[in-house]
Design a protein around this ligand. Sequence first.
Ligand code: ZN
Length: 182
Amino acid sequence: MLLILVCLGLATAAAWRNRHVCLWLWATEYAVLPPRLEMPVTGLELSDTCSSWHAPRSGGRLHQGADLFAERGTPVVSATRGVVWRVGNDPLGGRVVWVLGEGRSLYYYAHLDDWAPGLRSGQRVHAGDALGDVGNTGNARTTPPHLHFGVYRVRLLRVEAVNPLPILARGREQRPVRRCGG
Ligand SMILES: [Zn+2]
């Protein structure tokens, strides 16, 4: 994987920019998933959610995440312990936060109304720490406010999107997850 090669390289500018990724890949404390993830939208239960995993999206894309609907301004918290990788603005995701988290996975929090005050790249977070608020920024402008929650597992040579709802169901009373809109 390119990032590992960058990390193994000399003290290049690219390695310095990606130092949080390098430390995260190195640290064994982030290798395994905890028995139970924190629900990333405060107050939401698994039974309130529905699955739109791999539903068709514009441009031939498939939906790679879970849309967790809640009122605008509902707090969004980190699902796991980790290191904040990126706090920024994307055309699709709007206001987004990426966290390098447990289970050697990237956690993506998108369409935020706003970020938590002072949140910055390189900051360590615990499960339940504030990342921002639910909104509908980016390509969610025409939809009700929701958190798009993505989980990407880092494999040796690739990064693979995984369905977040079964991961959120671990350690919780199992409830059947409905498909959205039907
Ligand atoms: Zn989504």
